[in-house]
Design a binder for this molecule. Structure first.
Ligand SMILES: [Zn+2]
Length: 110
């Protein structure tokens, strides 16, 4: 999961953030109702409300899991590759759905 500001108040670009917080309550607790953020595109600095923050999944672990699984499977021949891909893909999917849950949790927080 990665956090963003919806829209820069000067150039309207989405601002990616390095912050790692689980929900807006923690954000508010740590930074207050308005968070001062500098836009990396136009370098302007503005105060953003916690509701300007949103979360997006940055996970593409299904692919990663499948690759890892496939590599593991290579040890066991072609059938092993297939099984490895299935297992790896399943692990990746699990990570994805957890990330999706985190994203939903953040975006529905107040
Ligand atoms: Zn900007």
């Amino acid at each position: 999961m990665k956090l963003y500001i919806k829209k820069c108040k000067t150039c309207s670009n989405i601002i990616p953030l390095e912050l790692k917080v689980r929900n807006r309550a923690i954000l508010r607790h740590n930074y207050g109702n308005n968070v001062n953020v500098q836009c990396p595109t136009c370098s302007s600095t503005h105060d953003y409300s916690v509701y300007d923050f949103f979360a997006k999944s940055d996970s593409n672990s299904t692919v990663g899991g499948g690759v890892v699984g496939g590599l593991v499977g290579l040890l066991g021949g072609p059938i092993g590759v297939g099984i490895g891909l299935l297992i790896g893909g399943a692990i990746g999917n699990e990570n994805d759905s957890t990330d999706q849950k985190k994203v939903k949790y953040f975006n529905s927080s107040y």
